[in-house]
Design a protein around this ligand. Structure first.
Ligand code: SAH
Length: 346
């Protein structure tokens, strides 16, 4: 729900300041409507129902994957598309992946969102409404900003949303912001009081290749970005995740694994902090094909790349693919709906 409008609506009616907290507490616990809010007068509930949409987003489509992943495509009140995903893991974790922007102004070559038109930043309420949508389905405990958009380009709204996520059951330590390497954002996050985790979408350990895949590398070259991540670690003592999407014949060769290990190990320090804890952990991501010219690396190449990194002492995991049957990769559902619409209208 639009929390600024909520404050305004309540203030206009001369309601006491704590009323907004009461409404929010219900929403954060998964209430489905104002009707559920039994400690608020029916009269006020009726006013809210009339004047303030329960969500700032309308659900356009929902897709269920065989693996339990649930993906939602929403529209903002001004008709901008965005998407969010709920991932259910066997160990009981319930992780949501949310969008920070509708579309994305960056143009990473392999990413479906990068190929869409950028619309605008989402407000904190629009970010929270994605989380609240899934909270109404079931309890959630992790959140990653790996949906559409670049969170560091909308960091104030992202952090404002993060401040309220614990009310939904998602602590700061279980919240991860993923970035292309927007250095001012990494620096601002390092200054935040909240112990939020940082993930860096690296995808290549060489400047030229990274610039080709991610034009933003021209502005913030990867060596500077890695420095900013080290500074983040020094300040927060929170390990940084390195995301590396595996593209067949592009970034998955043995020498490239060595270059990655070298980049992350850094001069002298062996990639370790003073306490000998590794600063970086690599997450290899199987590529979800999106109609881009790229193809995902084979399972064998991913395993070999992983082994090469491990042999260099780099901690590494391979991400489980979730929701592949429902186009759950960044931007895919919105892009496919856009395609369908343009096919229908042409
Ligand atoms: N802009 C931020 C957050 C959104 S993308 C960022 O780039 O980090 C979240 C992650 O999904 C990024 O690592 C991105 O590179 C990756 N990604 C994008 N398209 C993908 C695809 N088709 N398959 C697998 N991962 C993809």
């Amino acid at each position: 729900m639009d929390l600024l409008k909520l404050d305004q609506t309540l203030a206009d009616r001369g309601e006491p300041g704590f009323r907004a907290c009461q409404v929010w507490a219900w929403a954060a616990r998964g209430a489905r409507s104002y009707e559920d809010m039994t400690d608020i007068s029916t009269e006020l509930r009726d006013v809210l129902a009339r004047e303030l949409p329960f969500s700032s987003l309308s659900l356009q489509e929902e897709a269920h994957s065989d693996d339990g992943t649930l993906k939602a495509l929403f529209a903002t009140a001004d008709g901008r598309p965005l998407e969010a995903v709920l991932m259910r893991f066997r160990d009981g974790r319930r992780s949501i992946c949310v969008s920070s922007q509708s579309g994305c102004p960056l143009t990473c070559k392999f990413c479906a969102t990068g190929a869409m038109k950028f619309a605008r930043n989402l407000s904190a309420s629009e970010i929270l409404d994605q989380a609240l949508h899934f909270r109404r389905v079931e309890p959630i405990d992790h959140c990653v900003f790996m949906g559409m958009g670049e969170p560091m380009l909308n960091l104030d709204a992202v952090l404002a949303a993060c401040e309220r996520l614990p009310d939904l059951g998602v602590t700061h330590r279980r919240t991860t912001i993923s970035t292309v390497g927007w250095i001012p954002g990494i620096e601002q996050l390092a200054e935040s009081e909240m112990p939020i985790r940082l993930a860096l979408s690296l995808h290549a350990a060489e400047e030229a290749l990274r610039s080709e895949l991610m034009p933003v590398n021209e502005r913030f070259p990867l060596t500077d970005v890695i420095e900013a991540c080290r500074a983040f670690y020094a300040r927060k003592r929170r390990r940084v995740f390195i995301e590396y999407v595996m593209l067949a014949g592009v970034n998955d060769r043995y020498e490239q694994a060595l270059a990655l290990a070298h980049l992350l190990s850094g001069p002298g320090a062996g990639g370790r902090s003073r306490s000998a804890e590794p600063i970086f952990k690599v997450n290899l991501i199987p590529y979800n094909p999106t109609g881009s010219p790229y193809e995902g690396s084979t399972r064998e190449s991913i395993a070999a790349f992983r082994a090469a990194l491990e042999a260099q002492g780099v901690p590494v995991t391979v991400r489980l693919t979730r929701g592949r049957d429902i186009a759950a990769a960044c931007g895919q559902l919105a892009a496919s709906v856009q395609d369908q619409r343009s096919t229908l209208s042409s």
